[in-house]
Design a protein around this ligand. Structure first.
Ligand code: ADP
Ligand code: MG
Length: 243
């Protein structure tokens, strides 16, 4: 992927909340086909950066975001999703009162015609296969285990065949066995050609999946490179251990 085209570029992106510089002149490039990791201590600005990349719910104060050759920093979240950039949130945001299948049906799916299109049942079954969420698709989502809620959340993001998927701490709360299952699942999705950016505290997930990664600390990128190098960088070790 080193010579693959750049799919997502952030250039000098910044966002302040009052006097707090949550994201401070962040630049990064993600190439087509790559799994890019993003780590950093709590409050470093990781989720805020995802918000800035997807237009939900905030915009950058300055800087630009280019996705698939188009500037998107002022585009609507809907248009960004339609262009092929999907994300998941830190919490397993599925609709408890809806069935597994209904969750997939209401997840925003955009067809080529430029209007919202509900995915057909065949596509829904296909993504349930991809995430290996078996069982009755008509059962309510509120009975799902944590790993299965994550499978459903990822399936909802995949329904519209995004070219880029941003995942915010997908391994949070999982025990080691379920973390391994998640790593295998995300590995399969990556192999199928979906480019991914993964925010993760569980560093073994990034070591297993990411070709490159960056570490954010206090809104700034303090290291970028292959995981083994980045995670042994003294600046990174210090950021995690604190002053
Ligand atoms: P991370 O995901 O790396 O843990 P966040 O991006 O969630 O960090 O937060 C970065 C900083 O910005 C934190 O200090 C957080 O409290 C602050 N922050 C995030 N969103 C808002 C907001 N909407 N309003 C005010 N402060 C915010
Ligand atoms: Mg976060």
């Amino acid at each position: 992927t080193a010579d693959a085209p750049v799919l997502l570029a952030a250039r000098e992106v910044s966002k302040s909340f009052g006097s707090l510089k949550a994201v401070d002149r962040v630049s990064l490039e993600v190439r087509r086909g790559e799994v890019f990791g993003l780590a950093g201590p709590n409050g470093a600005g990781k989720s805020t950066l995802f918000n800035l990349l997807t237009g939900i719910p905030i915009r950058p104060d300055s800087g630009e975001v280019v996705f698939d050759g188009r500037e998107i920093q002022n585009r609507s979240p809907r248009l960004i999703a339609k262009a092929g950039l999907k994300r998941t949130f830190q919490t397993e945001a599925v609709f408890d009162s809806l069935s597994v299948m209904e969750n997939l049906r209401v997840s925003s799916a955009y067809g080529g015609a430029g209007r919202a299109v509900r995915p057909d049942a065949a596509r829904c079954r296909e993504v349930l296969d991809v995430v290996e969420l078996g069982g009755d698709p008509e059962r309510p989502a509120d009975g799902l285990s944590l790993i299965d809620r994550k499978r459903l959340m990822i399936a909802c993001a995949l329904v519209s065949r995004p070219s880029l998927l941003l995942l915010d701490e997908p391994a949070a709360g999982l025990d080691p066995a379920d973390q391994d299952a998640l790593i295998r699942l995300l590995g399969r999705i990556a192999s199928s050609g979906v480019t991914m950016v993964i925010i993760e505290h569980v560093l073994s997930v990034l070591e297993a999946l990411a070709g490159r990664m960056a570490v954010l600390d206090s809104g700034r990128i303090i290291a970028t490179g292959v995981p083994a190098e980045v995670l042994s960088d003294p600046k990174v070790v210090e950021a995690y251990l604190g002053p």
